[in-house]
Every structure is written in C-alpha cells, then in structure tokens.
Design a protein around this ligand. Structure first.
Ligand code: HEC
Length: 120
C-alpha cells in the first residue's frame, strides 16, 4: 500500500516536471524582447511631464495663436496644463501624430498633480 502511494507521488512529480521545465526558457524570452523593445514602452509607464513633453509639442504646432500674444492666449493658453486638461479629447482634433496623441492621452489619463499644475 505505502509503496504504491509513494509510486503515485513519484508519478505526480514526474508528470509535473515536464510541464514546469519550459518555464525557465520562457522567462528568458520576454527579457530579450524587452531589451530590444523601443523606448516608448518604458516611457509610457513614467508620468508625462507637461513642461518637458507636452508643452514643446504645442509650442511647435500651435504657435502663435495659443501662446503669449496670440489671439487665443486669453481664452485658451497652451502654456498651462489646466487648459489642456479642460480641452481633453478636443485636443485630438488638431493633434494627429500618433506618438503625440499617445503622450497627450497619457497626460490626460494621469491624475492632475498640482505640482504639474503650476504654470510658468
Ligand atoms: C492660427 C491660429 C491658431 C493656431 C495655430 C491654433 N489654433 Fe486652436 N484655436 C484658434 C481659434 C481662433 C480658436 C477658437 C475658434 C475655433 O474653435 O476654431 C481655437 C480653438 C481651439 C480649440 C477649441 C475648439 C474646439 O475644437 O472645440 C482647440 C481644442 C484648439 N484650438 C486646439 C489647437 C491645437 C491643439 C493647436 C495646435 C496643434 C491649435 N489649436 C492651433 C486658433 C488657432
């Protein structure tokens, strides 16, 4: 009796072993993929900084109207993160570049930390 159950246990282990063995191999693969992955994946995980990442896009594309001296500056100043948060999805009607949209989307999705809200 005892011997049989031991054999049963041994069989269990034996049947488990092949199922487990591919795991270590599989582990090495994602690491390799991650190493060769383009930067945006990692960048998307970091909080988007308005001054460093969003504002430059707007300065490049939405001058002069939405910046100091522009005709829309009073109503929609693009040097303030709050303006962009308020406009939200509407920004995508004018920002069409997929990478820029991605940045904007991440920015809009993140909580509004008031440190980011301080405009200069
Ligand atoms: C030539 C001047 C000018 C430029 C450049 C400009 N805008 Fe505007 N924008 C306006 C004016 C005028 C309005 C208000 C009238 C209107 O809604 O078109 C406006 C309104 C908007 C609105 C609110 C209207 C809506 O869609 O509900 C958004 C959002 C906007 N602009 C985004 C942008 C973005 C993003 C850029 C840069 C990619 C940009 N604008 C560049 C002049 C400009």
């Amino acid at each position: 009796m005892k011997i049989r159950s031991l054999a049963g246990v041994a069989l269990l282990f034996a049947s488990c072993a092949p199922a487990r063995s591919p795991a270590p191999q599989a582990k090495t693969r994602p690491a390799a993929i991650r190493a060769s992955a383009p930067v945006p994946t990692a960048a998307a995980l970091r909080p988007v900084d308005f001054a460093m990442q969003i504002r430059p896009i707007l300065e490049k594309r939405c001058q002069p109207c939405h910046f100091t001296g522009g005709k829309m500056y009073e109503k929609m100043p693009f040097d303030r993160p709050q303006t962009i948060r308020t406009l939200g999805q509407k920004m995508f009607t004018r920002i069409k570049d997929p990478q820029e949209q991605e940045l904007l989307r991440s920015f809009l999705a993140q909580e509004a930390p008031e440190t980011n809200g301080v405009a200069r």
